[in-house]
Design a binder for this molecule. Structure first.
Ligand code: NCD
Ligand code: ZN
Length: 349
């Protein structure tokens, strides 16, 4: 059994950092483990221009510990009104790497999202020309059953879009179903998916174990065990089409433990360790580096990191909460429970 694993430093290709004091509270967790992260633009108001994205990036840099070399990769929030010109402007900056599609109403802060994909076609065409990837929250927003929204989105919107714009690079974010795995595996070049730790480690029973579990609620919602197994198999297969994206999405405890609790799971405190557990479950630790450190930069056309991290098999207990807002902490994934792997802290160990 491996007790010590050295891998190329990983990157997180899907992350929510929020802003102001929330940003300052969470960004050190990610910067400790990951060299780069693709930062989602669903602020209020959303990040829709290059100027806004670069200003947000500067706020992230200002919130980092002094010695950090963390490199935030920024995204723009696609709206019905975004023009191709905005894409051309954004493409001039190496700090802006992608555009995020939220179907309007699909998830947290998505009310400015796209109401009809046809409205965005000229903009998507410009992205295809310039090699700018489209990151997709793949759920329909009508009355479809909440457990079937990903499959419907693939059939109704993503498949036709992928055929219509064969040059457009597309990442289906936080996949949760066997259908998404099949779509990504059988699709044309330029298609990939990110996978979160929660969708590898938990099925929908985790929403109801011993009672309602608001801290296990995220979107897309956890699915049936058969889907978890399919997603786990794909992520650990060594394929270049599946890579790490935590979707760590902090919400204060009062917003989660609430009669209308927010969607989002905070996992940045233990991102890489949670993935190590999932890969170990199926005897695939040998493919963790591909998933966490190689497939992502290769897809985005960025260099792989050159330094390494060390993971040790050493159980540790996750705190019940971490400071977040004033008198309103954040409850992390596995709060009060044990994680089997620990990343060696290069500064202190
Ligand atoms: C995310 C958030 O809170 O910003 N929530 C979530 O459940 N994943 C938004 C998103 O990625 O859907
Ligand atoms: Zn997200």
């Amino acid at each position: 059994m491996t007790d010590r694993l050295v891998i190329t430093r990983p990157d997180d290709w899907h992350l929510h950092l929020r802003d102001t004091e929330a940003l300052a509270a969470v960004v050190p967790f990610t910067a400790r483990q990951f060299r780069r992260a693709v930062v989602m633009p669903n602020l209020r108001p959303p990040v829709t221009t290059a100027v806004q994205a670069l200003a947000y990036r500067q706020r992230i840099l200002d919130a980092l510990p002094a010695e950090s070399d963390f490199d935030p990769l920024m995204t723009l929030y696609l709206t019905d009104k975004m023009t191709p010109q905005v894409i051309s402007e954004a493409a001039k900056s190496r700090h802006i790497v992608a555009v995020k599609l939220y179907p309007a109403g699909a998830t947290t802060n998505s009310d400015s999202g796209v109401t009809d994909i046809d409205n965005a076609l000229p903009t998507l065409e410009r992205m295809a020309e310039l090699g700018m990837p489209l990151l997709v929250h793949g759920e329909v927003t009508d009355n479809t059953d909440v457990f079937e929204r990903e499959q419907c989105f693939i059939d109704q919107i993503l498949e036709p879009l992928s055929r219509r714009l064969p040059e457009l690079k597309i990442v289906l974010e936080h996949i949760t179903t066997a259908d998404a795995v099949a779509f990504v595996n059988s699709g044309r070049p330029g298609l990939a998916a990110t996978v979160t730790p929660q969708h590898l480690l938990m099925n929908r029973n985790a929403l109801f174990t011993g009672g309602m579990r608001p801290h296990h609620y995220c979107l897309p919602v956890l699915k049936h065990e058969s889907h978890r197994e399919a997603v786990l198999k794909a992520a650990t297969s060594g394929s270049e089409r599946f890579f790490l994206g935590t979707d760590s999405a902090p919400h204060a405890r009062s917003a989660k433990e609430n009669p209308c609790g927010c969607a989002g799971i905070f996992s940045a405190h233990a991102g890489i360790e949670l993935y190590a557990e999932a890969f170990e479950q199926v005897g695939k630790l040998k493919h963790l580096q591909k998933f966490a450190s190689e497939a992502g930069p290769d897809f985005y056309g960025l260099p792989r990191n050159t330094d390494t991290i060390t993971l040790i098999r050493e159980p540790w207990q996750v705190p019940g909460n971490y400071p977040y807002l004033v008198n309103d902490p954040i409850v992390p994934l596995r709060a009060g429970e044990t994680i089997n792997w620990r990343m060696e802290n290069t500064l202190n160990d």
